[in-house]
Design a binder for this molecule. Structure first.
Ligand SMILES: [Zn+2]
Length: 161
């Protein structure tokens, strides 16, 4: 009756692009390269929901080749995936995510991300966890070249009330 899914995502950071994570616009001299708004955190969560449904990944549902998704608001992609879960008789039980960025520090934005994501996931903020980490100066995240995210989501049968 319960379903669990995992998702991850990484985007290159480049000048002249906005940095959006969990639907929060973050002040930064570099942002996510990508076809949509490049919101790695929201993409990882959406992939986790799709994984729990055994419905492939975001690339299947929202292909890069489709101009409809150019600069798309990733919250809308997540909303569609949540709608799909509802169609299959599920709602979100809880979600846990990590977002990895070297700078700027994300801690002060975490609560706003949780609120945005909870609203789109149709749950209370207490059911959505976001943890911000750095790459400790190592790897692509640590060098400041990338932002990455991982997420895990539990789906439960939709309540009938
Ligand atoms: Zn992505």
């Amino acid at each position: 009756m319960f379903r669990i899914g995992i998702g991850n995502d990484i985007h290159r950071l480049v000048a002249g692009r906005p940095l959006v994570l969990g639907g929060v616009h973050i002040e930064s001299d570099r942002g996510s390269e990508g076809h949509s708004d490049g919101d790695a955190l929201t993409h990882a969560l959406a992939d986790a929901v799709l994984g729990a449904l055994c419905e492939g990944d975001l690339g299947v549902h929202f292909p890069d080749s489709d101009p409809q998704w150019k600069d798309a608001d990733s919250m809308q992609l997540l909303a569609r995936v949540v709608w799909l879960a509802h169609e299959r008789g599920f709602e979100i039980g809880n979600a846990d995510a990590m977002v990895m960025l070297e700078r700027p520090k994300l801690r002060e934005h975490v609560d706003a991300m949780r609120e945005n994501l909870a609203q789109t996931l149709n749950v209370d903020t207490t059911q959505v966890s976001v943890k911000a980490k750095t790459g400790e100066g190592l790897d692509a995240v640590g060098r400041g070249d990338a932002v990455s995210a991982q997420a895990i989501v539990l789906l439960q049968p939709k309540s009938t009330e």
